[in-house]
Design a protein around this ligand. Structure first.
Ligand code: ASP
Length: 317
């Protein structure tokens, strides 16, 4: 890609807390406040690192941990349940400088799956570890492990019961009105050294069949980062994001066709994915510091912060 654009900002962070049927009529003022507050806390945690000259990897991890630890989002504490009543979590991380990546799928015991994904990136020769092997690896790396009951929240348990009633006992039906189920978290950052990174963490989709792995730990689908183009984290109906390699597809449009970031991201989410029947969105930042946050659902918890330190958070269209 030729350098035709000016750098917009020296560093920045953009995050999401999931896309889906997020409608003002279903919210209370108090809940709205909680979402804005948590997004702000996550953005500031990453911002402080970037401002001090820290890496985009550290900023992405710090922001995601805050959202994983909050029951508001479908990641870490607050993860949704599988059809058989368990929590199986997926996460991934990618370093735009080295193009190295790490991911975990279907973990049940590590408190912060994003840290496990980072450990796979930095401390293993692999890209994706799943199930028990991934939890054992996380433990060996000294990460905090919890009892599976840590992930149990009443709100998500009720969602599982509702989904089961609605879907007649079947798991993960691929229907148009499925998008009430999302809530993954993710972050993408550009640091002062010009390095991009992205990460994503999720409980997956409510009532998913046990063993199902979504797009969130799949590099190129749920997460992608490349210093020559952009850093992206996805949220939405994972099966579509995997089939259409959404995050990589945006980067490829930039790399091969020199399409500007926002245009590429908007095209993939609002044209290609939407036409295919896939719902969701992405957040991301390009190497110039341009931010994009397109989604084709009613809402997406999202926000960004630039060097001026002003926090911008949004919930609806
Ligand atoms: N993409 C996630 C999955 O399919 C769900 C989400 O974004 O909330 O597992």
């Amino acid at each position: 890609m030729t350098d035709t654009q000016e750098k917009q900002v020296e560093y920045a962070l953009v995050i999401h807390g999931g896309a889906g049927t997020i409608l003002k009529k279903n919210m209370t003022p108090d809940l709205e406040k909680q979402y804005h507050g948590k997004l702000k806390e996550a953005l500031l945690a990453g911002y402080n690192i970037l401002q001090d000259g820290g890496t985009s990897i550290d900023a992405v991890e710090a922001a995601i941990i805050i959202m994983e630890d909050s029951p508001l989002f479908n990641a870490g504490k607050g993860a949704v349940f599988t059809n058989d009543g368990h929590n199986e979590l997926d996460a991934s991380f990618m370093d735009g400088k080295t193009q190295n990546a790490g991911a975990v799928g279907g973990v049940r015991r590590v408190k912060n799956p994003i840290q496990a994904a980072r450990a796979v990136l930095e401390k293993s020769k692999h890209v994706l570890l799943t199930g028990k092997g991934a939890d054992v690896f996380a433990k060996e790396q000294g990460l905090t492990m919890v009892d599976t009951s840590y992930f149990h929240t009443e709100r998500r348990w009720k969602s599982l019961q509702n989904a089961k009633t609605k879907e007649g006992g079947n798991s993960l039906i691929l229907s148009e009105d499925d998008n009430y189920k999302y809530g993954t978290v993710g972050a993408a950052a550009l640091d002062k050294a010009g390095n991009l990174a992205a990460g994503t963490s999720t409980g997956g989709m409510t009532n998913k069949r046990y063993g199902r792995i979504g797009d969130s730990p799949i590099i190129g689908a749920g997460t992608y980062a490349n210093n020559n183009t952009c850093a992206i984290s996805s949220t939405g109906h994972g099966e579509y994001f995997m089939r259409y390699l959404v995050a990589y597809d945006i980067s490829a449009m930039m790399e091969y066709k020199e399409v500007p970031f926002k245009e590429a991201a908007d095209h993939i989410i609002n044209d290609k994915l939407k036409t295919a029947g896939g719902s969701g969105g992405v957040i991301g930042i390009d190497k110039y510091g341009n931010i994009a946050m397109p989604f084709n659902t009613a809402g997406m918890y999202r926000g960004y912060i630039l060097p001026d330190g002003e926090v911008k958070t949004f919930l609806y269209k």
